[in-house]
Ligand binder design. Structure first.
Ligand SMILES: Cc1cc2nc3c(=O)[nH]c(=O)nc-3n(C[C@H](O)[C@H](O)[C@H](O)COP(=O)(O)OP(=O)(O)OC[C@H]3O[C@@H](n4cnc5c(N)ncnc54)[C@H](O)[C@@H]3O)c2cc1C
Length: 350
C-alpha cells in the first residue's frame, strides 16, 4: 500500500493532538510490517511504530520520518493459549478470551489500543497486568535485523515498564498469552473497589463475564473507556504513573503531608518489593491543589479522573504539556515527589 505523505497524526491518537507525519504507512500483514521497518532502517529514516495512539503525546510539529501504523488482524484461541497479531484491538482479545471462558485478562477489558502495545508498558488495571499471562512475544529485532521470540522473562516486565518502553529496538509482531480455564470463573478478584462492586470479598472468584462487565462499568464512570462524544476520554489514560519511593523518601513525603494537610493525614502506601513503597499519584495531585476538572484552558484534568489530562476539543500539544508541567511542578513543590509521565512523548518534552 502506498504511504500517505504529510499525514495528520492527531486523528490517530486518542488525545487528538500532534502535527503530521512525513509519511504514514499502514501495514495489514506481518510481511508488510517487516518490509516497512527494513526499508526505513536501510535508508536511515526515523521510524515511529503506531498502534491505537492511546499512549502517545505527539508534538505540534509532528514526526519528521516514517510512521508505521500496525493494522494486522490475526487472533487464534487454542485451548488456553491465545495468539494474537500486534494490530488487533486489545479489547477484542479480552472479549474473545472471556467468550471462551478463559481467565487472566478479564480485568483488562476496555483498555484502548492494540494487542501489540500491551507488552510495551505492561498494561495493567484492576489487579491484573499482562506480565502475568504473556507466554512469549514475537518481535522483529532492529539491531540484529531478524525476527526473534522473547520469553516473558526476557521482556523485563515491571510496573508500567518493559524492555520495549523507551527503546525502539523491537517491533512487536505477535503476542502469545497463556490463560486459565477455571470452568468459566475469573481469576481471584484482587482490587478492593472491583470486589465491592461485585459484592464479593477480595480473593474470591466470579463468572469471568461478570468480572469483565463490572470492570467496564467502573471504567466508564471514570471516563476510561473511549467515547468520542465525551471529552473526558480525549486523553492518553493516566498521564502520570504512581510514584515508587524508597522508605526514606516515603518518610519525607509523610512529614510534608503532615505539615501541609495536618498531623493525621498520611499518604496512601502500597507494598512494592522489600525496598520500596508505591503511593498514589492521584492523591498527591488532588492534595497539591489540582482537583478533577482543574484548568481554565483547552487542556484540563478530566472531570471524572484526576490522573487523566484531557483535550477539551481545540487544545494543542503545548497546551496539554503546560498543564502537565503545572501539575508535576505543583506536586513537587508541595510534596517533594517528581511525577513521571506514563505516555510516550514523541517530538515533545515535558
Ligand atoms: C481512556 C484510556 C484509558 C487507558 N487505560 C489504561 C489502563 O487502564 N492501563 C494501562 O496500562 N494503560 C491504559 N491506557 C494507556 C494505553 O491504552 C495503553 O498503554 C495501550 O497499550 C497503548 O496501546 P496503543 O496501541 O494505543 O499504543 P500507541 O499509543 O500507539 O503506542 C504506545 C507506545 O508503544 C509503541 N508501540 C505500539 N505498538 C507497538 C508494536 N507493535 N511494537 C513495538 N512498539 C509498539 C509505540 O511506538 C509507542 O512508543 C489508557 C489509555 C486511554 C486513552
Amino acid at each position: 500500500m502506498q504511504p500517505e505523505t504529510d499525514a495528520p497524526l492527531a486523528s490517530l491518537t486518542t488525545l487528538r493532538l500532534g502535527g503530521p507525519a512525513r509519511r504514514l504507512h499502514t501495514a495489514t500483514t506481518t510481511d508488510a510490517v517487516l518490509a516497512t521497518v527494513r526499508a526505513a532502517d536501510e535508508q536511515g529514516i526515523p521510524l515511529l511504530v503506531l498502534g491505537g495512539g492511546s499512549n502517545l503525546v505527539v508534538g505540534d510539529d509532528g514526526f519528521p520520518g516514517d510512521v508505521l501504523r500496525i493494522a494486522t488482524t490475526g487472533l487464534r484461541v487454542d485451548g488456553t493459549d491465545v495468539s494474537v497479531e500486534a494490530g488487533v484491538p486489545w479489547d477484542d482479545v479480552v472479549t474473545a478470551a472471556v467468550a471462551a471462558g478463559l481467565s487472566g485478562i478479564e480485568c483488562l477489558a476496555g483498555i484502548p489500543g492494540s494487542a501489540g502495545a500491551t507488552p510495551v508498558q505492561n498494561v495493567g488495571a484492576y489487579g491484573q497486568e499482562v506480565a502475568e499471562t504473556i507466554a512469549s512475544v514475537e518481535v522483529y529485532d532492529r539491531t540484529e535485523r531478524a525476527p526473534r521470540t522473547l520469553t516473558a522473562a526476557e521482556c523485563g516486565f515491571t510496573y508500567r515498564h518493559s524492555v520495549f518502553k523507551g527503546d525502539d529496538r523491537y517491533v512487536v509482531l505477535r503476542v502469545r498469552f497463556r490463560l486459565r480455564d477455571d470452568a468459566g470463573r475469573s481469576a481471584p478478584i484482587r482490587y478492593a473497589e472491583l470486589a465491592r462492586t461485585l459484592g464479593v470479598e477480595p480473593g474470591e472468584r466470579v463468572p469471568v463475564e461478570a468480572a469483565r462487565a463490572a470492570v467496564l462499568g467502573l471504567r466508564r464512570g471514570k471516563g476510561m473507556v473511549l467515547d468520542p462524544a465525551d471529552h473526558d476520554t480525549w486523553s492518553a489514560g493516566s498521564f502520570f504513573t504512581n510514584p515508587i519511593l524508597t522508605h526514606d523518601a516515603f518518610a519525607d513525603l509523610t512529614a510534608r503531608a503532615a505539615r501541609h494537610l495536618g498531623p493525621d493525614v498520611t499518604p496512601p502506601r502500597y507494598p512494592s518489593g522489600a525496598d520500596h513503597v508505591k503511593t498514589s499519584a492521584a492523591w498527591l495531585i488532588e492534595r497539591a491543589g489540582f482537583p478533577k476538572g482543574y484548568g481554565q484552558g483547552r487542556a484540563r484534568i478530566s472531570t471524572k479522573h484526576t490522573l487523566a489530562l484531557t483535550n477539551r476539543g481545540r487544545a494543542s500539544t503545548e497546551d496539554l504539556l503546560s498543564l502537565a508541567r503545572e501539575v508535576r511542578d505543583g506536586v513537587h513543590a508541595t510534596f517533594g515527589v517528581t511525577l513521571i509521565n506514563e505516555p510516550v512523548l514523541i517530538n515533545a518534552k515535558l
